[in-house]
Design a protein around this ligand. Sequence first.
Ligand code: PAF
Length: 282
Amino acid sequence: MPLAIVRTVADLRAQVAAWRAAGETVGLVPTMGALHEGHLSLVTLAKSRARRVVASVFVNPTQFAPHEDFDAYPRDEARDAALLQGAGCDLLFAPGVAEMYAPGFSTTVTVAGVSEPLDGAARPGHFAGVATVVTKLLLQCGPDLAVFGEKDYQQLQVIKRLVADLDIPVEVIGAPTARAPDGLALSSRNAYLTAAEREIAPSLAAALLDAIERLRKGTPVERVEATGRAALERAGFGRIDYFEVRDAASLAHLGPGPLEGPARILAAAVLGKTRLIDNMAV
Ligand code: PAF
């Protein structure tokens, strides 16, 4: 039997209600499709924690700026559905834009603080689009838990903040970043890389690992950040949006000098026409 697909909030709610009536727990894995091993690891994690797993596939227009890749974003529902089924997913929620944003739609969820630096500064409006659609998906599905990848670390912190602030009764779980054998973080956007760019791309993860090593040795944060940016330039990256060490939860700037508490190092840089992001725990 192929994976069941629902396209309306009413049908999603009916299925979740039936599972709840049978005493079953529900996990949600929100995605924009173009699935890869990283997404499937989120489904596997959700399935290990909940009896039923819903994955959503919705390329959310409100999180893309007009000049970004909304139109070009890869879409292949049949492939996604087959992969989800293989990973143990129970239901695919694949709404159209009109189902998610009915005429007259006027509400935006904005999360101050944690959504402002880094990608918030580089992609104005992006996290408002993410926060709004994730709030809707959580309210539409009403899961016990929802799994998001640490690959989008700032997004994960934004979602944890909004769930706490809005008292949404769901456990938000962060899943480790899945990587290619050469270290490149898996991403749907890796499909845009040319063969030559794909050779260069693992330098991003390598620069983060090198930065962690330097921080461990007590090198001051600013020097580590400057060395990381220089390494990316040398490797062939173009615009570097950020290469920064931040507080692991608030993403606030850390004081000058050697590192003292739990931190996260985050980077975003453009390779050819593709913007890559990655991050690691320090
Ligand atoms: O990480 C993503 O794929 C998206 O930002 C999300 C969380 C599905 C919201 O559209």
